[in-house]
Design a protein around this ligand. Structure first.
Ligand code: HAM
Length: 426
């Protein structure tokens, strides 16, 4: 039996690595267009960085252990606590708002399922030091622009947005008490995945009566009719929160992404630290897990680093995005090609090929030749398999001194050249 990778971990053969690089390039491109700069942090962190604020779900999934110095540590399951710690430590000397991005590899001991592995890469874009909803809109537009960069449209992807402040006010309005709030959030979060009876049962166990439960489920769908919804908002005294959210939606219009966005109060996010507007991107057919998720976490820097700064951001994984791109035929087939293959005939040897290769490489070309002394026919076959853009053949008995034959990929015929002149222009 040959040893495989651990369950939920991936081997990146060159084809898979090319796909990953394609995704990273798109991510970096959008981050740059929005004026974000790149940072990174350590893959191992003190365990309590996560146990303090991230919430039970992610803490259950930690890869944690005691190191040789008897410290309780964990592989990072997400980037946000590291970012909060790093920014809080130097907050005074930084230009605000901070606009940072990173592409960390993250580790979560998850139950294996489609789109969820035990390691993944995640684009993180965060803004720190801006309380206005224009920052929320900016980030949502960035996440959506990533979709556009990969040639996905609003027919492929939907952004579902909500606001925890608004939701809190509405939940209080229908009679959910503070101790019941976590159960109400959990029920909304699982609305798509678990049967209604199961959710009702859990709510009842948290002390939520049947009529309040019914109102809770109604609330999740109440945004469809804006006039009726405004009425509910007024009744709950949540006008200020609703105004903020509407302003945010208006900004998404100006940023050109409004058609992707849908208000959806069942988006509450699994992580505990969110305090305001939250969002997730999903494939429009609803076949896959979330592509991306994020929101505002205005109190995390204070609780992790003692610095009070508003903050918001999102994380977008490479796994679901990769699946989506493949299923929509948007993942280019990567072809690793060399520029030039150098082959030699019976009148020469591998040394001649080496000298030509060295000259071309010094000029920045990617060059291969057959290692070891091989017959010309075999070398040409290898050049063909490698799909070299050009093959140059030197030192055959038919060629005079200083001459070479050049053949281009996918072109019939070959031409005789003066090797020196050709090297200068290649
Ligand atoms: P999250 O919702 O836990 O948020 O993860 C964000 C995205 O990472 C998900 O939507 C998904 O694409 C991907 N992801 C998460 N877990 C896995 C997994 N096990 N396998 C594959 N992909 C996965 C956060 O992590 C927040 N820290 C994001 C954030 C940044 N919030 C503010 N700033």
């Amino acid at each position: 039996m040959s040893p495989g990778a651990l369950p939920g971990f991936r081997d990146f053969y060159p084809t898979e690595l090319a796909e990953r690089s394609y995704i990273f390039r798109g991510w970096r491109d959008v981050a740059r267009r929005y004026g974000f700069v790149e940072y990174d942090g350590p893959p191992l962190e003190p365990l309590d960085l996560y146990t303090k604020k991230s919430g039970a779900e992610i803490v259950d999934q930690l890869y944690n252990f005691r190191d040789k110095g008897d410290r309780e540590i964990a592989l990072r399951p997400e980037m946000t606590p590291t970012l909060a710690r790093m920014v809080a430590a130097r907050a005074n000397s930084m230009r605000k708002p901070v606009r940072w991005f990173s592409i960390p590899q993250l580790f979560r001991y998850e139950r294996q399922q489609r789109g969820r592995l035990r390691e993944h890469f995640q684009l993180n874009m965060d803004i720190i030091g801006e309380a206005d909803v224009s920052a929320d809109a900016e980030l949502l537009a960035a996440a959506i622009d990533v979709m556009s960069v990969f040639e996905l449209s609003s027919e492929d992807v939907v952004a579902r947005v909500s606001d925890r402040r608004l939701l809190n006010a509405l939940l209080r309005g229908i009679g959910i008490t503070e101790p019941q709030m976590a159960a109400a959030y959990a029920a909304l979060d699982k609305l798509d995945r678990d049967p209604r009876e199961v959710l009702e049962h859990r709510l009842a166990a948290a002390g939520v009566g049947a009529s309040v439960s019914a109102q809770l489920f109604e609330l999740a769908g109440a945004t469809a009719d804006e006039a009726a919804f405004t009425h509910i908002v007024d009744a709950a005294g949540a006008t200020a929160e609703w105004d903020d959210l509407r302003r945010y939606l208006d900004h998404t219009e100006s940023l050109g992404v409004r058609e992707w966005v849908k208000l959806d109060l069942s988006i509450v996010r699994g992580l505990a630290y969110y305090t305001g507007i939250v969002f997730e991107l999903f494939d429009a057919k609803g076949e896959l897990r979330a592509i991306c998720g994020g929101g505002r976490y205005d109190t995390l820097l204070e609780s992790l680093g003692g610095v009070s700064l508003p903050a918001l951001g999102f994380g977008m994984g490479d796994v679901v995005l990769g699946e989506l791109l493949k299923s929509r035929g948007r993942m280019p087939v990567a072809e690793a090609m060399v520029d030039v293959w150098v082959a030699y005939g019976d009148a020469g040897s591998v040394e001649d090929a080496m000298r030509v290769a060295a000259r071309l490489r010094a000029r920045g070309r990617s060059v291969e030749y057959a290692l070891g002394n091989q017959k010309l026919a075999r070398q040409l076959k290898a050049a063909h398999t490698a799909r070299a853009r050009e093959t140059v053949v030197i030192a055959t008995p038919e060629l005079s001194a200083g001459e070479a034959m050049v053949r281009k990929l996918d072109e019939k015929g070959e031409r005789k050249v003066q090797l020196e002149a050709w090297l200068e222009e290649t």
